[in-house]
Design a protein around this ligand. Structure first.
Ligand SMILES: [Zn+2]
Ligand SMILES: [Zn+2]
Ligand SMILES: [Zn+2]
Ligand SMILES: [Zn+2]
Length: 330
């Protein structure tokens, strides 16, 4: 008769956590947040999971995605909130924090077919997030959007900041060796970032815009704006907007705007029009090239197509996507 292993009654779950191979296997089946919560359940677990930052970083790297981003897309909550329901999330559609607009919205029609996939670390916080959960605009949110955070067709100030000479030099030192490209190359749609970090980025830009910038003013009348006298400005839609450094100092002439996401410098301001043209303006290739989503935009005579272009499928759209990824001729 084969010997049967008798479980050691004294072997508690916490003892298993003390064994690194078991702990690393466990980590590969839970989310980073679950791992963190487990570490906080006891002093011993804390010591094994969190006490050593390199060990925690290694464990966290193997964690699965927690599925929050995909759930938000399916439920239309968080950054994917339905604007017509009268809610203004800290999302990219309203960078100035303006009121939401009650109108029809594009929605993702294939999202219910999705499941979480393999995860990679968020560029900001390092928590693993999968392709379905990482944040980027999944539908065309407005026709002035581009793939670069600072460029949009309406020429509104977005995701940029200016600095005084001292802060600018300090910032440049802090960035040394962190990126392959010296200038900002943030790409809204290719970035691997979790929704939580995107919300933080939008809060940061809004705070900068609210506290350290000011629209055109009359220095003789606007006492409130006196601190902006003598500083530099940029165009914000149809108006001038004055800029201060986040330290409160004035911004000297000849300054270079920085990206509030990565903190790197942008091209000189006078080159932005060329850059906007080069990146394709408002083109969003995965939508514009997908024949199951006919793009309803004006032609060169500013006329919308009439009637609405026919959809290129004749069955449920998620089935069309499965049977023919190109969508054409389904
Ligand atoms: Zn996921
Ligand atoms: Zn993150
Ligand atoms: Zn400063
Ligand atoms: Zn950037």
């Amino acid at each position: 008769m084969a010997a049967v292993a008798i479980p050691n009654p004294n072997l508690h779950f916490n003892h298993l956590i003390a064994c690194y191979p078991i702990l690393s296997t466990l980590a590969s089946h839970v989310s980073a947040l679950d791992l963190l919560n487990l570490a906080l359940t006891s002093r011993a677990n804390h010591a094994h999971i969190l006490a050593s930052p390199p060990i925690f970083a290694k464990l966290r790297r193997s964690c699965v995605c927690d599925g929050h981003g995909l759930r938000d897309r399916q439920d239309r909550t968080g950054l994917y909130k339905d604007y017509s329901k009268g809610y203004t999330p800290p999302g990219p559609r309203l960078p100035d924090g303006g009121e939401d607009i009650d109108s029809d919205e594009e929605i993702e029609v294939r999202v219910f077919n999705r499941t979480c996939g393999e995860a990679l670390p968020c560029v900001k916080c390092g928590v693993n997030v999968c392709e379905e959960c990482r944040y980027y605009p999944r539908v065309k949110e407005c026709y002035s959007q581009s793939c670069r955070p600072h460029l949009n067709g309406a020429w509104q100030m977005a995701n940029v900041m200016a600095m005084c000479t001292a802060c600018d030099e300090k910032q440049e030192d802090q960035l040394k060796g962190r990126f392959l490209s010296e200038l900002c190359d943030c790409h809204i749609f290719r970035r691997w970032i979790c929704s939580k970090c995107v919300v933080e980025e939008h809060k940061e830009f809004r705070a900068y815009r609210r506290n350290f910038t000011a629209p055109e003013f009359n220095p003789d009348e606007d006492v409130e704006y006196k601190r902006f006298i003598g500083t530099s400005w940029i165009q914000d839609h149809q108006f001038m907007r004055y800029l201060l450094c986040p330290c409160g100092d004035k911004v000297p002439p000849g300054f270079r705007l920085r990206c509030t996401w990565c903190k790197r410098r942008h091209l000189p301001y006078e080159d932005w029009h060329d850059e906007y043209r080069q990146v394709g303006g408002d083109r969003m290739s995965w939508i514009d090239d997908d024949p199951t989503y006919p793009v309803w935009v004006t032609d060169h005579r500013r006329k919308y197509p009439s009637p609405y272009p026919p959809l290129r499928y004749n069955q449920l759209v998620h089935e069309a996507a499965q049977t023919n990824p190109e969508g054409a001729g389904v």
